[in-house]
Design a protein around this ligand. Structure first.
Ligand code: MLT
Length: 393
């Protein structure tokens, strides 16, 4: 037998596994130190009460013969898809419930969608980039081309008309840089995709953090239905990082190479995925209820306040940063010309604060660093105090 040799082309560890490994080693060697983790974007606030109630009610129903459920529908229960469609309508985007798949998160679906595309497609990613897009395509043996996101373009990479791509990953608000595309910028990407007969894989896992008029969905922009698939997640919106639920939207009319994309993904899901558990789908539907939206907003506001606390510390220190406005992530330039991993070690060793080295997101992330606002408030305040003390020396 032979192993998939493409795995040899991956960096040895998934970025956040590498960070966890290094942090774990430090904690083991310094058991007396309190380490504050502002690295992986994992939430710290509990699920909203209305969500927990729905989860429990769903579980109770499974314990009663009359309401027991077995396998869910491959595309997710209609009541959740309806709730998602209504959510889109609340910000003016028309999506039919029969264009929605309920998933266990955007990570899985952005990683798995490649199953329906041939290995010889050219994949375009913006750099820095969420590593899942790159790693999953390396595993499949696809050629990857880069559109650089830099300080010069406000970390909003735009297409190079001389470069051809078949599959385009966009993430807005962006992980890791926190930048968000305007409708005009998205239109440029849509026109480029249509010209190249490409498909945009649009990850809007952080749309709930948008505070200005940037689109919350690519389907708010004309032409997207002819070239885009959208992925979203309740991980960051509603604290589902451990509960696991997201959704993927595929316009029914989206076709490529003589195939209907919705049908292909349905075929793939029916083969490899048995869906999200009933109690979790009940919890997801509760997120989109009126009370659910109110309760999750309180949590989102809490994280947005954390972002302000981090940003104001960086302002005081005179450190360049971006993000934190439409996004839970603050993207900063490492001080004193330090490299990303160098700054990671420096912060861990001298302030016991964990962040994410920008370089882990690609070459354009070299010399940058990401801090998350998903921490607990007291820990966030303590972390920025430690950073201020260390860097103002
Ligand atoms: C991140 O920190 O970039 C995210 O938590 C990763 C993810 O959502 O999988």
């Amino acid at each position: 037998m032979k192993i998939n040799q493409n795995f040899d082309s991956l960096v040895p560890n998934y970025l956040f596994a590498e960070i966890a490994k290094r942090t774990g080693k430090y904690i083991e060697e310094h058991p007396d130190k309190k380490v504050i983790k502002l690295g992986i974007g994992d939430v710290t606030l509990p699920l909203a009460p209305v969500v927990v109630d729905a989860l429990k009610k769903g579980a109770d129903e499974l314990g009663v013969k009359e309401t027991f459920k077995g396998y869910p529908d491959y595309e997710g229960y209609a009541f959740v898809r309806e709730a998602v469609a209504n959510y889109y309508a609340s910000f003016g985007v028309a999506v039919d419930k029969d264009e929605i798949f309920i998933s266990d998160g955007a990570k899985s679906d952005t990683g798995n969608i490649g199953d329906i595309f041939s290995a010889d497609n050219v994949v375009l990613v913006t750099d820095p980039v969420y590593p899942v897009y790159v790693d999953s395509n390396i595993m499949a043996g696809r050629k990857i081309v880069i559109a650089p996101s830099t300080e010069e373009n406000g970390f909003c990479a735009m297409p190079d008309e001389s470069v051809h791509a078949d599959i385009i990953y966009l993430c807005s608000p962006n992980n890791p840089t926190g930048s968000a595309y305007s409708a005009d910028q998205l239109k440029v990407w849509i026109d480029y995709a249509l010209k190249n007969d490409a498909i945009i894989l649009y990850d809007c896992a952080y749309e709930a953090f948008i505070t200005d008029d940037c689109p919350r969905s690519i389907f708010a922009v004309e032409g997207a239905r002819q070239c885009a698939i959208e992925f979203c997640s309740l991980s960051k919106t509603a604290g589902f990082t451990g509960t696991r639920c997201g959704y993927t939207v595929i316009p029914k009319e989206l076709e490529r190479d003589g195939h209907n994309i919705y049908k292909l993904w349905y075929r793939r899901e029916a083969t490899k995925f048995n869906g999200v558990s009933y109690p979790v789908q009940c919890a997801a539907a509760a997120v989109f209820s009126e009370e659910g939206q109110k309760q999750i907003k309180e949590n989102l506001d809490y994280y947005k306040e954390n972002a302000k606390i981090i940003a104001s510390a960086l302002d005081e220190l005179g450190i360049y940063y971006t993000g934190g406005k439409n996004s839970p992530y603050i993207w900063l330039r490492c001080p004193n010309g330090m490299g990303s991993w160098e700054f990671f070690d420096y912060l861990l060793e001298n302030a016991q604060v964990v962040g994410t080295p920008g370089e882990g997101f690609g070459d354009c992330g070299k010399g940058y660093f990401r801090l998350t606002s998903f921490g607990d408030r007291d820990n966030t305040i303590e972390a920025v105090e430690r950073i201020k003390k260390l860097l103002s020396k």
